[in-house]
Design a protein around this ligand. Sequence first.
Ligand code: DCP
Ligand code: CA
Length: 389
Amino acid sequence: MARCIFHIDLDAFFVSVEQVLNPKLKGKPVIVGGDPERRGVVASASYEARPFGIHAGMPSSKARRLYPQAIFIQAHFPLYREASAKFMKILGYFSPHIEPLGLDEAYLDVTGCEEPYSSPRQLALAIKERINKELKITASVGIATCKVVAKIASDLCKPDGLLEIAPGEEQAFLNPLPIAKLPGVGEKTEQSLKEMGITTIGELASLPLDMITRRFGATGAVLHSYARGIDNREVEAPGEAKSISQELTFAHDTLDRDFLEATLHSLCQEVCQELRSQNKRAKCVAIKLRYANFKTITRQVTLQEASDVTQVIFATAQQLLGKTLVKKEKPVRLIGIRVSSLVGMEKQLPMFDHMVAKLGHLDQAVDKIRKKYGPTAIKTGDDIFSEGS
Ligand code: DCP
Ligand code: CA
């Protein structure tokens, strides 16, 4: 299933916070930053000041030369931090998968979170509306199947914008854009690329990979895949574990479906026990199969609600396995399970499903006994089922 990633960025953030406190500043050329007399730099410029060439990072003295009538304000960081905390909290109502970038930007993975909205676009509008209502600040949202395209989209639709790049449209969207729009292309890389005759993202995408890696090394390979709209990075809070996985290579390749399921079950148990010991739940479940000819495939699905319940994770993995095996009748040499998009307990909604809650209590009891008496001390009904089948 294609992912649905939002990049949300508040417009002229420092300026917008100042305008909320002093509404007389609204609609005016406002510049927040260091003192022009003291070699300060511009931190944020209102959209009314930007046509004069004023932008963040420029010396304030230069900004004043370009636009003497502009209103200069010193930065008030505690106010911006307070607004930032409110912003991130709002995003948390819409998806547990938030990756903040600085104070006023974040990625949000909303795959499977659209409910009760009719589309990602409606969800994005609801987020924008909520930010506007609570913070009185406009935000711009880019929607795409990956982070890099979502980020470029939000940048292009500023201010107060919403730009959705449909799955499959990534390359066509990126092709005509100047390479400087690609995150990771700074002034130096832009210059080097221009020397190679590359000015657009499409031109970079169509170059052979080895030509780019010879010139820019591993960074070049990353930029090349971004230029093609390929970015597998997950949305994750900094410092959080990416995923938990277990896999097993068989002594003999097998086609035995029951044996594969039983193995998958025991791998799920190990992974879920690890999840619970880290106080985490997983939103994504993936299985991996390597066939006798070493061809390896993965299949992934996003759960409605994050879970650490063995039976829930196993049932999902089992379905993925079933779908995969229907299509391929080739002997399998390795099977694996990976859970990702991990969320902490504090971000969890209460468990509404009574049955799932009960299974969760059972897991906790089993964990306790296994911790005390070893992994084979207790068997649950589904263990016995796996063995017997
Ligand atoms: N910032 C800064 N110095 C910079 C760039 C940014 O102090 N060189 C601060 C001030 C900005 C905030 O970070 O308000 C967010 O940076 P952005 O690049 O997102 O800029 P803005 O939010 O001001 O404008 P935009 O509407 O383009 O997002
Ligand atoms: Ca911003």
